[in-house]
Design a protein around this ligand. Structure first.
Ligand SMILES: [Zn+2]
Ligand SMILES: [Zn+2]
Ligand SMILES: [Zn+2]
Ligand SMILES: [Zn+2]
Ligand SMILES: [Zn+2]
Ligand SMILES: [Zn+2]
Ligand SMILES: [Zn+2]
Ligand SMILES: [Zn+2]
Length: 722
């Protein structure tokens, strides 16, 4: 139909009529879905479910729109349907996931055709952000004195809100008292006490939550917009809008800076969202220098006067490497000529307005004197730390715990600058107490040679990509400097105790997987000399699983499978990776060796196992109840049992009598109560289901379902079947 509609370069009257019907249809559906969304927010009704007839009509209409947007004529037409654009943004927040996905696809195609100015008026956004968004140009603009309105929406807020509603935010208060601990919350949770749509004004979509898959799609949409993939105009507006949302934090009034108030402002959440889509341009253009009020402060410098005025009283704002200290007027005037425009300039601000923006390893961060906020786009975790008072006084050295920052004059801090807190005392036991050549204390661990590079990035530390204020990406609750840290072989830095805990806890669930042993940032294998005690057994287990999986791959004749031999395939020339992904192995509780428990996809179908008793994981050799023959070639190393209740390889051995596969184990209460005669015959699927056909998936003759059966040596058995 779409082909016929848009095969020409202009729309006929009939075609226009069909389109306007679709647009009207969407309008009706949108308001219906919004109503249901509103009532689901108040908890009166459940949220709309996907693939129900509730969302089906809207989904079909959007499929038409998506098809229309495939042609140039279609995109131009759609971009002019202002009510439709409005509806799309509404559905983005209220629709079911499949509707949201369609909306995002349509937006990707239609936005390049829509002018930012038009979109602004559709979304009742009063003005676009200044395209010259760097704080240097903002500082030299005259009308910068306008009062900041917390409720004034920005052009991209409707998209940024999608990210904000998926964030988990930890808040911390760094104060002088012994107030440790963090609170964790989502936007939806901190709105619980603000009643209705009226509290968010025109930004009604700031309410509710968004799932993380959708937030990730929005993150990549905004990143593509910023990189110019949609259009150059949108690239400029997007970067400026992200900058605007971040700078908004500096404009927050003193009375909303109190933690409990601040976390409820849209400003806070939108700026955290912006940190997820930060790019390197922002880092340089948004960071300011800082004047200090006291002339003896160690950081920054006292505020100078304008060199150009030379009257000894007009205060400078901008420091230009060529022209010296300048006030806003002189800066504008001197840098007007084209030849002067590439001068290196930096804005200097009072401590109250100074801002520092950073982007380290995908984690965006902004620092003001009263707050530090950071957000990680990959995990959608964010962190807001409220700082009390002026930093200049707190930094004065004596009486501040080197880990938690607590300051006190009780004398407890006298030894090594560590407070009495048990955690800090534990950290102190493993911490290095040396002072680095730059004068900063070493933030590494004891007896390491050489010491951890200075986390304040003193000197040229090429290998260091993080700094003292960055969160440890494992715990995501404390800054790197808050506990002794180590730099792994891949150069990433984490708290020593966090890495150790990850390596000790190992994988989640019964099946052995090795994802935990990779760096959370770059996925290189975790390695550091002090971790050898933990890494050695992991390495041995890895080799054991690898060897067994490779052996099985060969016996099954899959070592030349397409997935391994096709260039570009996920496991191209990586048979071991393929085998370990394909087969599921478990650690035997008795002999501590890895044993085979079926193919991984069977386990995935059975669903995630949340709770299990590791004592029930026993290999064939150690659970040889029927005294199966020992294989003359392989002993009991590869001895496998059949699940008593179906034709799958067993994983669990329970009650000292019974072998179960994953799925049957999950459902054991029901299955073990089915009378033996009512159990399905071979071929029997998991959970007592009958399978099609008459070939046993294990390719063996075995006693009826409900009886124990040793499959024998897995290696030899499979060798026979192929
Ligand atoms: Zn402490
Ligand atoms: Zn050290
Ligand atoms: Zn240093
Ligand atoms: Zn940590
Ligand atoms: Zn790494
Ligand atoms: Zn065993
Ligand atoms: Zn089973
Ligand atoms: Zn069977």
């Amino acid at each position: 139909m779409v082909g016929i509609l848009f095969s020409r370069s202009k729309l006929s009257h009939l075609q226009k009529q069909v389109c306007s019907h679709i647009v009207q249809g969407i309008r009706k559906e949108t308001s219906k879905i919004r109503e249901e969304w509103e009532s689901s927010l108040t908890g009166k009704t459940p949220t709309l479910s996907e693939n129900s007839d509730q969302d089906a009509y809207c989904f079909e209409l959007l499929s038409m729109v998506l098809a229309l947007s495939g042609s140039g004529v279609g995109r131009t037409y759609l971009a002019q349907q202002y009510p439709l654009l409005q509806d799309l943004f509404s559905l983005l927040h209220t629709g079911t996931p499949r509707i949201q996905r369609q909306v995002i696809s349509v937006l990707r195609r239609v936005l390049p055709e829509a002018k930012p100015q038009t979109l602004a008026s559709i979304l009742s956004v009063p003005n676009l952000p200044p395209s010259e968004y760097s704080i240097v140009s903002l500082a030299s603009r005259e009308d910068d004195n306008e009062v900041y309105d917390v409720n004034k929406p920005g052009i991209l807020d409707v998209l940024l809100a999608c990210i904000g509603k998926a964030l988990t935010v930890q808040t911390k208060i760094k104060a002088s008292g012994p107030q440790k601990g963090v609170t964790s919350m989502t936007l939806a949770e901190c709105q619980l006490d603000s009643k209705s749509a009226s509290s968010t004004g025109s930004r009604w979509w700031m309410r509710g939550k968004m799932d993380s898959a959708m937030a990730n799609k929005i993150i990549s949409l905004i990143q593509d917009m910023a990189s110019g993939l949609l259009s150059e105009t949108w690239a400029t507006v997007t970067k400026a809008a992200v900058a605007e949302a971040i700078l908004a934090l500096t404009k927050l009034d003193e009375n909303v800076r109190a933690p409990q108030t601040c976390v409820k402002t849209p400003t806070m959440w939108l700026s955290l969202s912006s940190l997820c889509v930060l790019d390197q341009d922002h880092v340089e253009r948004l960071t300011s220098g800082q004047w200090v009020s006291s002339p003896n402060g160690q950081h920054g410098q006292p505020r100078p006067t304008c060199d150009n005025h030379d009257d000894g009283e007009t205060q400078a704002i901008i420091l230009c490497t060529e022209c010296g200290n300048l006030c806003a007027d002189c800066d504008r005037y001197l840098h007007l000529p084209r030849k002067n425009r590439n001068h290196q300039r930096q804005v200097f601000k009072e401590e109250e307005e100074a801002i520092k923006v950073d982007l380290h390893e995908g984690c965006g961060r902004t620092k003001l004197f009263w707050l530090m906020a950071l957000a990680d786009s990959r995990t959608l975790k964010a962190m807001v730390e409220f700082r009390e008072g002026k930093q200049s006084t707190a930094k004065s050295g004596l009486g501040v715990c080197r880990f938690c920052g607590t300051s006190s004059n009780t004398g407890l801090l006298a030894i090594g600058n560590v407070c009495a807190d048990t955690e800090c005392q534990e950290y102190a036991k493993i911490a290095c107490i040396k002072t680095l050549p730059c004068g900063h204390p070493c933030r590494g661990i004891k007896d390491e040679d050489p010491c951890l590079p200075c986390l304040h990035r003193c000197g040229k530390q090429e290998t260091l990509k993080q700094d003292a204020d960055d969160m440890c990406m494992i715990c995501f609750t404390e800054a790197l400097e808050a506990a002794p840290a180590i730099q792994l072989k891949c150069n990433h830095v984490f708290h020593s105790h966090c890495v150790r805990s990850v390596l000790s806890k190992r994988w989640v669930g019964p099946r052995i997987t090795f994802g935990f042993s990779l760096c959370p940032i770059c996925k290189a294998t975790i390695d550091h000399p002090v971790l050898r005690d933990l890494l050695k057994p992991i390495q041995e287990l890895f080799e054991d699983v690898r060897r067994k999986a490779m052996m099985r791959l060969e016996y099954e004749g899959l070592h030349k499978a397409e997935a391994i031999t096709t260039p570009g395939a996920r496991f191209y020339q990586d048979p071991a990776g393929f085998a370990m992904d394909r087969y599921a192995y478990y650690v035997c509780y008795k002999c501590n060796k890895a044993y085979y428990g079926g193919e991984a996809r069977c386990e995935e179908q059975a669903g995630a196992v949340e709770e299990y008793d590791p004592q029930e994981l026993v290999c064939g050799g150690c659970s040889d109840v029927s005294r199966a023959q020992v294989c003359p070639k392989h002993g009991t190393d590869f001895l496998e049992y059949k699940c008593r209740y179906c034709c799958s390889v067993a994983v669990f051995f329970c009650f000292g009598t019974t072998h179960f596969c994953n799925a049957c184990h999950d459902d054991f209460q029901r299955i073990t109560n089915i009378p033996k005669l009512e159990l399905p015959r071979c071929p029997a699927g998991p959970r007592g289901k009958l399978m099609d056909g008459d070939e046993c998936p294990l390719h063996v003759k075995h006693p009826p379902t409900g009886e124990e059966f040793a499959l024998g040596c897995g290696v030899c058995r499979n060798a026979h079947t192929f």
